[in-house]
Design a binder for this molecule. Structure first.
Ligand code: PBG
Length: 343
């Protein structure tokens, strides 16, 4: 009777403290911790971002994201099959565009046969049940690495939005399920919604990167899509200032007014307060993006043996749920899904 012995041993101290409340009682065993757990992470919460590259049978490691590869379209189909087997609801695509195809206006974004469109078609044909989310922004396609058109050093809003509408239509024609504008231009959600509706794509959702911050945590992503070296200046005239949260609410309100079906906060872990405010204020589907730099921090520290990578992965994703997110983009998606399945 170990428990009885233990309480006998501590009786004197209990009397001294006079405690009636002992929160530790609920934590005393795994069965109890499971029963009282407020937040759970499930495979239903996961969106897997996948980097694409030209070629066949090609998997090219991203040096600053240990464990993440750029995949050719056939490999992306294999990844989608793996995602479906693991019951991951949705994947998203980010292309490494051949530098020879990049230009000042990002014209490859409007090519119906571009890498993203080919991947969408191939995955839709092979794994029709999986959700596909495609990013709308010009940065993988522009020679200067910006998400919009540059005119005399200034990112021009309305001219950019016109191109983003075209880019959305091309992705919708390829069969994407969700358009995710990540560009942070003003008015793009409304323009894209009107464009999609006008072309008969009423059921294509819009997931707005509503509160996207000008963040240092995107560094490894820019390596992955090859814009680190080419980006001219920074993105602070369109992405948000890290000091602001009221502004995040304003951005979310506008995107919802313009027809967004769900909204996103990005990056994730440094902005958990923003997720909570957005969820409490609007009560709409709210997603977090655990960005490349967050992934790299955990993966690199784990590689060095400085932290337990598996536990840090699960804890970091649980934090998004606790903050109010309905789900999250994470490069850990297949690994965490495998772990969740193993129980
Ligand atoms: C570009 C885009 C970025 C990310 C997603 N879409 C980078 C940026 O704005 O420079 C970042 C994702 C990540 O870091 O994992 N529109």
């Amino acid at each position: 009777r170990p428990l009885a012995r233990e309480s006998a041993r501590t009786d004197a101290a209990a009397t001294a403290l006079g405690l009636t409340q002992r929160p530790r009682r609920n934590r005393k065993a795994e069965w109890s911790r499971r029963l009282v757990r407020e937040t759970t992470l499930t495979v239903d919460d996961l969106i897997w971002p996948i980097f694409l590259i030209e070629g066949e049978g090609r998997r090219e490691p991203v040096a600053s994201m240990p464990g993440v590869d750029r995949l050719s379209v056939d490999e992306a189909v294999r990844a989608a099959e793996r995602a479906a087997t693991l019951a991951i609801p949705a994947i998203s695509f980010f292309p490494y565009v051949d530098p020879s195809l990049r230009d000042a206006t990002g014209s490859e974004a409007l090519n119906r046969g571009n890498l993203v469109c080919r991947a969408v078609r191939a995955v839709k044909a092979a794994v029709p049940q999986i959700g596909i989310i495609t990013d709308v922004a010009l940065d993988p396609y522009t020679s200067h690495g910006h998400d919009g058109l540059l005119d005399d050093g200034v990112i021009v809003n309305d001219e950019t939005v016109a191109l983003l509408v075209e880019q959305s239509l091309i992705q919708a024609e390829a069969g994407t399920d969700v358009i995710a504008p990540s560009d942070m231009m003003d008015g793009r959600v409304g323009a894209i919604r009107a464009g999609l509706d006008g072309a008969g794509f009423r059921d294509v959702q819009i997931m707005a990167y509503a509160a996207k911050y000008a963040s240092a945590f995107y560094g490894p992503f820019r390596d992955a899509i090859g814009t680190s070296a080419t980006l001219v200046g920074d993105k602070r005239t369109y992405q948000m200032d890290p000091g602001n949260t009221d502004e995040a609410l304003r951005e979310v309100a506008l995107d919802l007014d313009e027809g967004a079906d769900s909204v996103m906060v990005k990056p994730g872990m440094p902005y958990l307060d923003v997720i909570r405010r957005v969820k409490d204020t609007f009560a709409v589907p709210t997603f977090a993006y655990q960005v490349s730099g967050e992934y790299a921090m955990i993966a690199a520290a784990a590689q060095n043996g400085w932290l337990d990578g598996e536990r840090a992965m699960v804890e970091s994703l649980m934090a998004f749920k606790r903050a109010g997110a309905d789900g999250m983009f994470t490069y850990f998606a297949p690994r965490v899904a495998e772990r969740l399945r193993a129980g």
